[in-house]
Design a protein around this ligand. Structure first.
Ligand code: PEP
Ligand code: MG
Length: 974
C-alpha cells in the first residue's frame, strides 16, 4: 500500500494556470526520481483527453497510458494552492495530486479520497489547511467511525450494534429473538421474524430472513463450543431484513467461509473488528491472494456471453477467484458465478481486479488475462449501428375481430418483406399455489426441474449449428447452475413457499434488477434470465408452450425469447414481430443472421389479434398490416416477386458497367470495413473500393497497428482489387467509434467533438504512420486517400503538408488526396477546398446528421433524418459544382447512394461515383441503367426546389412510373 509522507506535500504555493501546476508537479516527480523527463507532456496529454478534476477543489493529474514507460517508481506529489487555479469547465483546484503510478498500490489512497469527496465538506477542510501535516492528516484521515470500513466490499451496513459475538443463548429460537432485538424489530415485525423458520446453511450457521421495507443485517455468534457433527448445532446466526439483492453479498461472504469448511473458525472471532475483517477478506488472509488488474475490451462490455466465457475459464481452476469492478469501485464477487459477474456492470474500458487464492491461483489469473485479452471469445468489431425506423404512435386496442388493413408500426430489427398468416404466441399463464407444506417435496421438484432444464438445454446445444445459438444455450445452462439463485429459492421454500412461487420470486427480482441496468445491452440480458425462468416454471407447473403451426407463418409474441428462436424450425418462419425487445437483443441479432424480416417495439394490442390472420410485414416501412384487403395483398406479393426478379437480373448483369440509357458512365464502388472483404468486391461487380473505413481495423485491435501491420492490411485490399482503385479513408475515430485503448475526452456531444481529422491533429504520429503505410502498400496501383471530418481549411492544409512530406520520400505514382464532405460548412465553402483537393467524397450519413441536427443513431427521429431533404441536395449540388469547375471528381459514400429513389437525383446532381455496401452494388448498378442522364438532371433541378424530403420522393416516384411506362412502351414496340 502506498503511503504519503510530509516531504510529498507543499502548501501555500501559487500558480497562475493549470499548465504551470502540472509542469511543476512533473518537475518535482522527476527531481525525486519517480519519472524521466517528458512526463509533464503525458500529464498534459491526459488533461487534453479528459479533465482530471475530481470534485470539491481536488484534481489528480496523471499520465496517459503511453507515459508509463517514463515512470521509474510510483510517486505522488501534492500541492496545496490556497488561491486556487482554474482547471477548466469553471472548476477551481485547491489541492492537486500529481501521480506517477507504475502499479495499483496508490489506488487505496485514491479510493479513500474519492469516498471522502462523496461525503461533502472536504473543500472547507482543504481551505483550512495551512501546513503539510494538516494536508497529510486530511488525505489519510481514518474512515468513518463504524465497525465497517467503507472500503470493505459488503454493501449492507452491518454496524457494530448489529454484531453480537460470543454471546450465550439457550436455544436457536432465543437466538432469533436476540437477532430481532438487534435489528430493532418490534410488534408485528418482530413476531413475524420470530415465526420465520431458520435454515441451517452449514457448520452450525443458521440463516433467518424476512422481507422488509429496507435492507438490514445482524450477525450473532455463540460462546458455546460448536458441534458441527450435528445439523442442529448452532455456532452463529445471520439475520437478514431482505429488500432487493443487497443481502446477497453478505450471504456470499459467509458462504466463502462455509465452502472452506471454516464456519466455526469465523464464529470464533472475538472482536467485532477481527470478525468483520475476516468476513470481508474471506477464509484465507488477504495477503495470500494473487491479484491482477485487467481491462474489458469487449465492445459491449461483459454482457452474458463473454461473462459465461469468463465463468467457464474461472471454473476450470481450483483457486477461489473473485473479481471487482475497479472503475465503478464495486464489491468483490465470485468469478465463478455468472449472475454475479453480470452484476459487475462491466462496460468496455472498465478495469476489473481479479484476486485468486489456491494452489493454481497464478495459472488461473494468467488464463483469465489471456481470455480477457482475447475479448472472451468475442470479436471486438462494432455491430453496425444503422439507424432504425421510428416506433410510431400506438394503434387502437383491437377486438378479436380485426378490421381490414389494420396497421401496426414498430422498429425494424431485420429488413425484408413477409406475407402470410400470423401465429400469436401468448405467454404461458402459470397457475401455482403460493405456499406448500412439504418443503422436502418442493425442494425435490425444484431440483428435478433444474436438472431437466439443464438436460434440455444441453440437447438443444448439441442440435443447433449456429455458433451464436450454441453459446446462448451454454450461457442459459450456466445461469441455471448459479448457486446464489438456487440458494435464494431454497431459502424461500424452507420458509413455506411452493417451489414455483419461490423460483418465480427470485427470477422476477433478478430480471427487474438486470433490466434496470444503465447499459442497454446488459439490460437486454434480463430477457435471458426470464427465458431461463420460464423454462423451469413450465416444468414446475406442468405446462407446455403451444406449438407453432407446421405451415409458413409470421410469429407474433410479447417477447420472442432467444431459446424459442433457437428451437424454431426456421424453414416455416416468414418473419417475426415482438412487443418488447430491443434492436440489439439476441433475438434481433439471430433474426438478422437468419435473414428473417423482424419488427420489435410493436404495440401490445397486436397480441389480441387472432392467430391465422393474414399479415404483411414490411421491414422497409417498419409496419405490420393485418387483414390486408385483396388488392394490398396482391400488391405485396407482386412486390416480393418483382423484388426477387430484379435482384436476380441485377446479379446476372453485375459485371456490366453502370451506364445510363444515354451513355453516361458512373462508377459504383463498394464500402468495406475490413480489408479481408476486399476479395468480395470484384465478385459483386464493384468498380473498386469506394470507401475503406480503416478505423474498424484499429477498433478491432488492442493497440495501434504499426506501419508494417497496416501496410500488410492495405496490401491485401489492393491485391484483391487487381488494378481497381482503393479509396482508403484515414482514421475516423471519435463520435460513435471509440478506440478502447485511447480513452476519449469526456465530451457532452462526441459527434460534435474530437473525431476524425481533429483527433489526428492531436495525434499526428497516427496519421503519419497511416499515410506511410498506405503509400508503401500502393506501389504503382491506384490509391485515393480520403480525410474524414475536415471542417476548416487549416485542417486540410496541415494533413496535406504531412502527406506531401511522406509522398516526397515514397513517391507512389498513382495517388490522390481528397476529403470527405460531411460537415455543411465544407459544402458551403466548397470552392475554397475544391481548389486544393484532388477529389471529394460526400458522406451523407454525417452530412444529414449535421445539417438536420438529428443524431444519426437516434431511432426515434429516424423518419425525419431523410437524406433527400432538399437542404442536403443543395449542399451536394454546391459541392459538385465547385469540384467540377476545378476539374475534380466527386463521389458519394453515405447510405443514401443505395436508396433507389436517390439514385436518379444523385446522377442528375452530377456525382461521378457512388459507393455502397457490398450487398447493394449490383442493384445500384441496375438502377443507374434504368435512367437517362438528361431526365435525371431535370428531375434534380425540380427536387432542389421541392419543399421537403417527402415531396422529393413523390417527385421521383412519379418520374419512375413515367420511365417504367416509357420502357414498357418501348419494349412493346419491338
Ligand atoms: C458518412 O458519414 O456518410 C460516411 C460514409 O462515413 P461514416 O458513415 O463512416 O461516418
Ligand atoms: Mg461520416
Amino acid at each position: 500500500m502506498f503511503t504519503l509522507s510530509l516531504s510529498d506535500i507543499k502548501t501555500g504555493v501559487t500558480y497562475s494556470d493549470k499548465t504551470s501546476v502540472i509542469q511543476a508537479l512533473a518537475t518535482w516527480l522527476q527531481q525525486d526520481g519517480h519519472v524521466a523527463p517528458g512526463y509533464g507532456d503525458c500529464l498534459l496529454a491526459r488533461e487534453a483527453q479528459a479533465s482530471t478534476y475530481l470534485g470539491q477543489g481536488v484534481a489528480i493529474p496523471h499520465g496517459i497510458r503511453d507515459g508509463r514507460k517514463l515512470i521509474k517508481h510510483t510517486g505522488i506529489k501534492v500541492m496545496h494552492i490556497p488561491a486556487g487555479v482554474a482547471w477548466g469547465n469553471g472548476h477551481i483546484v485547491y489541492l492537486a495530486l500529481g501521480i506517477a503510478a507504475d502499479s495499483d498500490t496508490h489506488l487505496g489512497l485514491l479510493q479513500q479520497l474519492a469516498r471522502r469527496l462523496q461525503k461533502g465538506g472536504l473543500l472547507e477542510q482543504i481551505m483550512a489547511c495551512d501546513n503539510p501535516a494538516a494536508v497529510l492528516a486530511l488525505l489519510q484521515a481514518p474512515p468513518e467511525p463504524t465497525v465497517v470500513p467503507q472500503h470493505l466490499p459488503i454493501p449492507i451496513p452491518l454496524t457494530r450494534a448489529h454484531l453480537a459475538l460470543q454471546i450465550t443463548s439457550s436455544s436457536l429460537a432465543q437466538l432469533v429473538t436476540q437477532a430481532a432485538d438487534l435489528l430493532g424489530l418490534e410488534g408485528r415485525e418482530k413476531a413475524a421474524f420470530q415465526q420465520s423458520s431458520p435454515l441451517h446453511i452449514g457448520q452450525g450457521w443458521w440463516l433467518c430472513q424476512a422481507e422488509a421495507s429496507y435492507p438490514d443485517a445482524a450477525m450473532l455468534t455463540l460462546k458455546t463450543a460448536p458441534d458441527t457433527s450435528q445439523a442442529s448445532s448452532v455456532v452463529g446466526l445471520l439475520a437478514l431484513q431482505v429488500n432487493g439483492q443487497e443481502h446477497k453479498a453478505l450471504l456470499d461472504r459467509l458462504g466463502h467461509w462455509l465452502a472452506a469448511g471454516k464456519g466455526a473458525e469465523l464464529a470464533g472471532k472475538a472482536s467485532p473488528e477481527e470478525f468483520w475483517a475476516a468476513l470481508a477478506q474471506g477464509p484465507e488472509s488477504r495477503r495470500t491472494y494473487s491479484e491482477k488488474t485487467l481491462q474489458v475490451y469487449n465492445e459491449h462490455g461483459l454482457h452474458a456471453r463473454p461473462s459465461a466465457m469468463l465463468v467457464h475459464t474461472a471454473k476450470s481452476f481450483i483457486a477461489d477467484i473473485e473479481v471487482r469492478n475497479l472503475t465503478l469501485d464495486g464489491p468483490w464477487v465470485s468469478a465463478k458465478n455468472l449472475m454475479q459477474i453480470i452484476t459487475l456492470g462491466a462496460s468496455a474500458g472498465h478495469e476489473l481486479v481479479f484476486r485468486a487464492n489456491g494452489p493454481d491461483a497464478e495459472q488461473a489469473l494468467a488464463a483469465l488475462a489471456h481470455s480477457m485479452n482475447e475479448n472472451l471469445g468475442e470479436s471486438s468489431l462494432a455491430i453496425s449501428s444503422e439507424s432504425e425506423p421510428t416506433a410510431l404512435a400506438a394503434s387502437p386496442v383491437l377486438a378479436a375481430n380485426i378490421s381490414a388493413n389494420t396497421r401496426f408500426t414498430g422498429v425494424t430489427a431485420s429488413p425484408g418483406l413477409a406475407v402470410g398468416p400470423i401465429f400469436v404466441d401468448l405467454p404461458l399463464e402459470f397457475d401455482y399455489p403460493k405456499q406448500a407444506c412439504d418443503a422436502e417435496a418442493e425442494l425435490q421438484a425444484l431440483s428435478h426441474a433444474l436438472t431437466r432444464s439443464r438436460a434440455d438445454l444441453a440437447v438443444t446445444e448439441t442440435r443447433v449449428t449456429d455458433p451464436y445459438a450454441k453459446e446462448l444455450m451454454a450461457m442459459h445452462r450456466e445461469l441455471l447452475a448459479d448457486t446464489s439463485l438456487t440458494l435464494g429459492v431454497q431459502c424461500r421454500i424452507q420458509r413455506g413457499q411452493s417451489a414455483a412461487a419461490a423460483w418465480w420470486s427470485e427470477i422476477d427480482t433478478l430480471t427487474r434488477q438486470q433490466a434496470a441496468n444503465k447499459d442497454a445491452l446488459l439490460a437486454d440480458r434480463a430477457m435471458d434470465i426470464r427465458d431461463v425462468g420460464h423454462r423451469v416454471m413450465a416444468l414446475l407447473c406442468h405446462r407446455q408452450q403451444p406449438q407453432p403451426p407446421s405451415h409458413p407463418y409470421i410469429w407474433v409474441a410479447e417477447e420472442i425469447s432467444p431459446s424459442q428462436l433457437v428451437n424454431l424450425d426456421t424453414r416455416q418462419l416468414l418473419g417475426w414481430v415482438s412487443v418488447g425487445g430491443g434492436a440489439s437483443s439476441h433475438s434481433a441479432i439471430l433474426a438478422a443472421a437468419l435473414g428473417i424480416p423482424a419488427l420489435v417495439a410493436v404495440d401490445e394490442s397486436v397480441l389480441t389479434v387472432p392467430s391465422g390472420t393474414t399479415a404483411i410485414l414490411d421491414g422497409a416501412t417498419a409496419t405490420l398490416c393485418l387483414a390486408p384487403e385483396a388488392s394490398l395483398l396482391d400488391q405485396a406479393r407482386g412486390w416480393q416477386q418483382q423484388d426477387q426478379q430484379a435482384r436476380d437480373k441485377a446479379w446476372e448483369q453485375r459485371h456490366q458497367a453502370a451506364t445510363t440509357r444515354d451513355g453516361h458512365l458512373v462508377e459504383v464502388g463498394a464500402n468495406v470495413a475490413d480489408t479481408r472483404e476486399a476479395a468480395d468486391v470484384v465478385a459483386v461487380g464493384a468498380d473498386g473500393i469506394g470507401l475503406l473505413r480503416t478505423e474498424f481495423a484499429f477498433m478491432a485491435r488492442r493497440q495501434l497497428p504499426d506501419v508494417a501491420e497496416q501496410q500488410a492490411m492495405y496490401q491485401t485490399a489492393l491485391d484483391a482489387l487487381v488494378g481497381r482503385p482503393l479509396v482508403a479513408r484515414t482514421l475516423d475515430i471519435g463520435g460513435d467509434k471509440p478506440l478502447l485503448y485511447y480513452p476519449r475526452a469526456d465530451e457532452d456531444n462526441p459527434a460534435l467533438g474530437v473525431r476524425g481529422i481533429r483527433l489526428c491533429r492531436q495525434q499526428p504520429q497516427w496519421l503519419e504512420n497511416q499515410l506511410r503505410a498506405l503509400l508503401l502498400a500502393a506501389g504503382k496501383r491506384p490509391l485515393r486517400i480520403l480525410l474524414p471530418m475536415v471542417t476548416d481549411i487549416a485542417e486540410w492544409r496541415w494533413a496535406k503538408a504531412l502527406f506531401d512530406s511522406i509522398q516526397d520520400e515514397i513517391q507512389a505514382p498513382d495517388v490522390q488526396l481528397g476529403m470527405m464532405v460531411e460537415v455543411p460548412a465544407v459544402a458551403l465553402n466548397a470552392e475554397v477546398f475544391a481548389a486544393e483537393v484532388d477529389f471529394f467524397s460526400i458522406g451523407t450519413n454525417d452530412l444529414a446528421q449535421y445539417t438536420l441536427a438529428i443524431d444519426r443513431g437516434n431511432g426515434a427521429l429516424a423518419a425525419l433524418a431523410d437524406g433527400l431533404n432538399p437542404a442536403i441536395l443543395k449542399l451536394i449540388k454546391m459541392t459538385v459544382t465547385a469540384a467540377h469547375q476545378q476539374g475534380k471528381w466527386v463521389g458519394l459514400c453515405g447510405e443514401l447512394g443505395a436508396d433507389p429513389v436517390a439514385v436518379p437525383l444523385l446522377l442528375g446532381l452530377g456525382l461521378d461515383e457512388l459507393s455502397v455496401s457490398l450487398k447493394q452494388v449490383a442493384l445500384v448498378k441496375s438502377h443507374v441503367r434504368q435512367w437517362r442522364l438528361s431526365d435525371c438532371r431535370a428531375l434534380a433541378e425540380q427536387a432542389l426546389m421541392a419543399t421537403d424530403a417527402a415531396a422529393v420522393r413523390a417527385l421521383v416516384m412519379q418520374a419512375k412510373n413515367g420511365v417504367a411506362i416509357a420502357q414498357g412502351e418501348q419494349a412493346g414496340s419491338h
